[in-house]
Structure formats: structure tokens, C-alpha cells
Ligand binder design. Structure first.
Ligand code: SF4
Length: 449
């Protein structure tokens, strides 16, 4: 296991945020509050509010039941960056192979530099299965990712999320009660009988970015999980088994994927939760091939066609590459779209001197720019605005959970309850069987792994 972190590429997003706050105090659409310590938002902190906080998710409503992080010990809140980095390294050295540290592409560099694996949510979940002897996985990402790691790792292994408030606003846009209500209405409309080709009236498909409760919901009803890497293969699987698909929570991934497969837009109604028939007519739903839940990612919906046109005007020959969670007009206007892993691989494979304008979370874009000085790489959105929930995993929380493990205590353990876990695993196993496994997470190349 690594005990010395990889070098920190500069400038980090935090440094850029500090600079932006100092020079442009009123950044449009993104609050400079991210430069404040994240423990100001934790439970019991004076004045803390129930919300996702500043960042790209600041306008989204946090669910009432969102877990709150307990207040960090004072010595960690007072520690400067160097001390925190030293404490993380010391704790990792003490824990050795007992702990595996997983870091999502969108995490800040000050955290990712300590990771054994860096990748997207699915890659990291698979990485978690590669260390059956480790006692704990520390998952530097968001809540649904830690749940998936718990589903796929051994029952004795603890999955730890450094900050309990690190959720995902998109995942929270589809709660199990609202989806169950939608399902009931669809069953009342379509019935439950298969047609003469054995196809069900509707097959539920959930994006990986959803709670374990929803993965269990689809697993129990003949459905499946997808990722941004395998969404078209998963939709094909679903169309073989059903006349329609109910796709949640991300309307954009569903729409972009189905459109590329030839499904006409008029056969993709959007389901607005809380409204009768999701705001559609019975006829629209009868004609539907894909019913799209009204969810979105606050980070990826910030990208616009205007930004693409500006990038092309200012950088002739630029390759515009966006994530499929971006709205359809943005994906249509881009040169290519793909998962975070596909974006990383495209940059790695490009000839030196290439120019990329990338539409995905700023931490990944900044890191790619630092790792590939042979290219010109910049974010399509000129405003520094990271995913606020990802950004909650500050090095102080990482130091805290690691030091707790050294002391024999497991803080912030994420577990999926038994029956729910069984059904959720069914949906995940279907996904693993249907599509070739995506490339593994990028091991960080530290010398002593
Ligand atoms: S980037 Fe978007 S989808 Fe990813 S965790 Fe943040 S809000 Fe969720």
C-alpha cells in the first residue's frame, strides 16, 4: 500500500477558487462560499443550513433526511494543509494493507493524491472487490458510490465515506417512494402481462447514480443498472425484455443514449414526479419507448452550446468533448461525448499539441491539464464551479476517518441493509453480465502498491 502521495498538480481547484473569490467576488451562478471550511455546514455547526451548499449543486434542494456529518475534532479543523497531508500519510503508513483508498475522478487533488485507485464510480466499485483481505475501503466520493462498494465488497469489509453529507443531488432527485408511485401508475395504464413475444410492458433501468434502494427496486422488478460507459448496451438488453423502458434519475443520459440508438424524441416523454401520469397523457405514455425521469446533474447542465461556439471561435481546431449527462443540444454540438473514463482515454491517446475543451467536472479537467502539458486542455465553462457534494470530502475528513481506523474505530460506515442489498446486487449482476466490463480504475502508480 502507498505511504507517500503522488505529487500535487498545480494549480489545484482550491487555489483557483481562492483566486476567483479574491478577484471576482460575485461569480455568476456559483458561490465563493466553497472557499469556506466545509465544517461550517456540518451538523451542530452554528448557523449550518440543510442544503447542498455552494458549488454547482447550490440551487438544488437537499432532501430532509440527508445524513449530516458530525463536527470534526478541533485539532483537525485547526490543522493547516501541510499538517493534514502529514497526518493522512502517517495514518496510511500505520494501517498498511488493512485499508484501500478509492478516489473518484471528481475529487479534489489534495485527496486524490492519496488514492490507491482513481476512477469513475463503477471502476472504483470493481476496485473494491480486488482487495478481499482489506478490512476497510475508504471511498473518497459520494454516498451512492460507497453504497455500491458495500454491495460488491465482502460482508466483513467496512466501507467508509469520509463526509456523510457527500451525497449527489442527481441521485436524490429520484427517491424510492416517488418511483414506486410512478411504477404503480404505469402498471395501471399498461397492465402487467407480457406481450406475445414475451416482452414486459415496461422495464426499469436505473443509472449507477442512484440510491441502493432504487437499485433494489429495479432488481426486484426485472430491471437493471447502467453506467455512462454501458448505457446503450443496457438499453438494448432492456428493449429485448420490454416494450418500453423507465429510465431514472438522469433524463439527459437517457435521452442522449436513446437518441443515438434511433429512438425518436417524441417517443421519449419526461416523467415529472408528483404529477398525474408524470405530466403526460395516456396516449403519450402508450407511444413511449423510453420514459425519462425528470432528473439532472447540476454540474453537467451548466454547459451550453454558446460555450462550445466560443471555444471554437477562440481555439480553431479544438476538440469539444462532453459528458453524456450534459443536455442534448450540448452533446449534439460537441465533437464527441463519453464517460469520464472515455474522456481520460481520449486525452491520453491524442497526439501531442491537441487542444481539448472539456464539459465535465472541473477537478478532472484541471487534473488532465496538469498531467498533459503536451496538450492545451480547458473547461468549457469558464467559471470555476465544482460539484459541491464531492467537494465536501476535505483532507481533514480523510485524516479523521483514517485516524479513527488506526484507533480501532470505524467512523462513517456505509451499509446497505440485507434484503435491499440482495435485490440491488441482482440488478448490478445483470449489468455485469450484459456488457463487457469497462476498463478498470486507473491505479495511481505509486511505487509500493
Ligand atoms: S457531478 Fe453530478 S452526478 Fe456527479 S456527484 Fe456531483 S451532482 Fe452527482
Amino acid at each position: 500500500m502507498p505511504v507517500s502521495p503522488t505529487p500535487l498538480p498545480t494549480p489545484s481547484v482550491r487555489e483557483a477558487l481562492d483566486h476567483a473569490a479574491a478577484t471576482t467576488p460575485t461569480t455568476p451562478g456559483c458561490s465563493s462560499g466553497l472557499t469556506s471550511p466545509p465544517w461550517d455546514e456540518d451538523a451542530f455547526a452554528p448557523g449550518s443550513s440543510l442544503g447542498y451548499g455552494p458549488g454547482a449543486s447550490m440551487d438544488d434542494v437537499a432532501p430532509v433526511g440527508m445524513p449530516r456529518q458530525q463536527t470534526l475534532p478541533e485539532d483537525l479543523r485547526d490543522a493547516d494543509e501541510d499538517e493534514l497531508q502529514d497526518r493522512i500519510v502517517a495514518a496510511r503508513r500505520a494501517l498498511g494493507d488493512r485499508v484501500v483508498l478509492l478516489g473518484h475522478f471528481y475529487q479534489r487533488d489534495e485527496v486524490v493524491r492519496h488514492a490507491d485507485y482513481v476512477g469513475d464510480s463503477f471502476q472504483l466499485a470493481r476496485a473494491a472487490t480486488a482487495h478481499p483481505d482489506a478490512e476497510a475501503m475508504v471511498f473518497c466520493g459520494v454516498h451512492f458510490m460507497a453504497e455500491t462498494a458495500d454491495l460488491l465488497s465482502g460482508s466483513e469489509q467496512a466501507v467508509v465515506l469520509p463526509h456523510l453529507g457527500a451525497g449527489c443531488s442527481m441521485a436524490d432527485m429520484a427517491d424510492v417512494d416517488s418511483v414506486a408511485d410512478c411504477w404503480e401508475q404505469l402498471e395501471a395504464l399498461y397492465g402487467t402481462e407480457a406481450d406475445d413475444q414475451g416482452r414486459q410492458p415496461v422495464v426499469p433501468v436505473t443509472y449507477m447514480n442512484s440510491s441502493a434502494a432504487l437499485k433494489a427496486f429495479v432488481g426486484e422488478r426485472g430491471g437493471i443498472v447502467c453506467t455512462s460507459s454501458n448505457a446503450s448496451a443496457v438499453l438494448e438488453w432492456a428493449f429485448e425484455r420490454g416494450r418500453r423502458v423507465l429510465f431514472f434519475p438522469d433524463q439527459h443520459l437517457g435521452r442522449n443514449t436513446a437518441k443515438a440508438m434511433g429512438v425518436p424524441l417524441e417517443r421519449m416523454p419526461t416523467w415529472a414526479p408528483g404529477r398525474p401520469l408524470g405530466g403526460n397523457t395516456a396516449e403519450q405514455l402508450e407511444q413511449a419507448r423510453v420514459i425519462l425521469w425528470h432528473g439532472f446533474c447540476s454540474v453537467h447542465r451548466r454547459f451550453t452550446v454558446d460555450q462550445i461556439e466560443r471555444a471554437r471561435a477562440e481555439h480553431p481546431g479544438v476538440h469539444v468533448m462532453v459528458h453524456p449527462e450534459c443536455p442534448m443540444p450540448v452533446v449534439d454540438a460537441a465533437d464527441s461525448s463519453g464517460s469520464t473514463d472515455a474522456i481520460v482515454k481520449t486525452v491520453q491517446a491524442a497526439p501531442a499539441g491537441s487542444t481539448f475543451a472539456i464539459g465535465t467536472e472541473i477537478n478532472l479537467v484541471q487534473r488532465l491539464a496538469a498531467q498533459h502539458p503536451e496538450h492545451t486542455i480547458f473547461c468549457l465553462d469558464p467559471v470555476i464551479c465544482p460539484c459541491s457534494t464531492m467537494y465536501r470530502v476535505h483532507p481533514a475528513y480523510l485524516a479523521w476517518v483514517l485516524e479513527e481506523l488506526v484507533a480501532g474505530r470505524v467512523a462513517n460506515r456505509i451499509t446497505v441493509p440485507g434484503e435491499q442489498a440482495e435485490h440491488a446486487r441482482t440488478a448490478l449482476r445483470r449489468m455485469l453480465a450484459v456488457a463487457p466490463s469497462p476498463a478498470r480504475g486507473t491505479a495511481t502508480g505509486q511505487a509500493d502498491r
